[in-house]
Ligand binder design. Structure first.
Ligand code: ATP
Length: 216
């Protein structure tokens, strides 16, 4: 599903990524841990095509992403990649359903089909009765599940999550972690998750550690 080879990135004299290799299969959940400043977010942004490396190759679903121009890459990102961040970044003036559907609207997908899938996802996540609520009317755990539905609306090849439970209490964290594994089981969804949560890292198929600019 994803193959990264010899990914390198420096900021000035600071070599943050020194040749990262990673391959992720369909329906695989991979966690990346490591101390603060180790380069985890830098790597996740590059694998998620939000940033370009200084060197290295990345294929997602067989497509060589850094060979694409910016416009094509933006369309590819919209269609094939989902993101879940620590802070859900929902738009406060839109309902839960509208927030979930935004990547579908941006990708100019059929509006009715997008909204039908959005409702199905909210139902799957136990949020059907929150569809017309705005983020401010929902709990932190509910908002983060809406963000997960938004990540899934375009049926991405892979979902990247940066500290997805970092801002949740322990019960909501547990619920979110269970949800990720349910999505893997039911939809063969692949995830790459940066986390400081050891419980989540231990549940994953592989727990990798960023250390001296490489993954071990
Ligand atoms: N745009 C940038 N310009 C310069 N230096 C940067 C930039 N982004 C990150 N860095 C530096 O690169 C290193 C890796 O940062 P990164 O955010 O990837 O670490 P991290 O492992 O995700 O840390 P944390 O666990 O604290 O989120 C840090 O030393 C950081 O200060």
């Amino acid at each position: 599903m994803l193959q990264a080879t010899n990914i390198r990135k420096s900021y000035g004299d600071l070599a943050v990524l020194r040749g990262v290799d990673l391959s992720v299969q369909s329906a695989e959940v991979v966690s990346i841990v490591g101390k603060s400043g180790a380069g985890k977010s830098t790597l996740l942004h590059i694998l998620g095509t939000l940033d370009r490396p200084d060197a290295g190759r990345l294929t997602i679903g067989g497509e060589d992403v850094f060979e694409m121009g910016n416009k094509r890459l933006a369309a590819f990102r919209n269609e094939r990649i989902g993101f879940v961040f620590q802070f859900h970044h929902l738009l406060p003036e839109f309902t839960a359903l509208e927030n979930v559907c935004i990547p579908g609207y941006i990708g100019k997908r059929d509006q009715q089909a997008t909204e039908r899938r959005g409702m199905e996802l909210l139902q799957y996540l136990g949020l059907a009765n929150r569809a017309s609520h705005k983020p401010g009317q929902m709990s932190g755990g509910e908002q983060q599940r809406v963000a997960v539905a938004r990540a899934l609306i375009n049926e991405p090849a892979i979902v990247f999550a940066d500290e997805p439970s970092g801002n949740l209490d322990s019960a909501s964290s547990q619920e979110l972690h269970d949800l990720l594994f349910r999505l893997r089981a039911d939809f063969s969804q692949s995830f790459i998750i940066v986390t400081h949560n050891e419980e989540l890292a231990e549940m994953s198929d592989r727990r990798l550690e960023m250390c001296d600019g490489i993954l071990v």
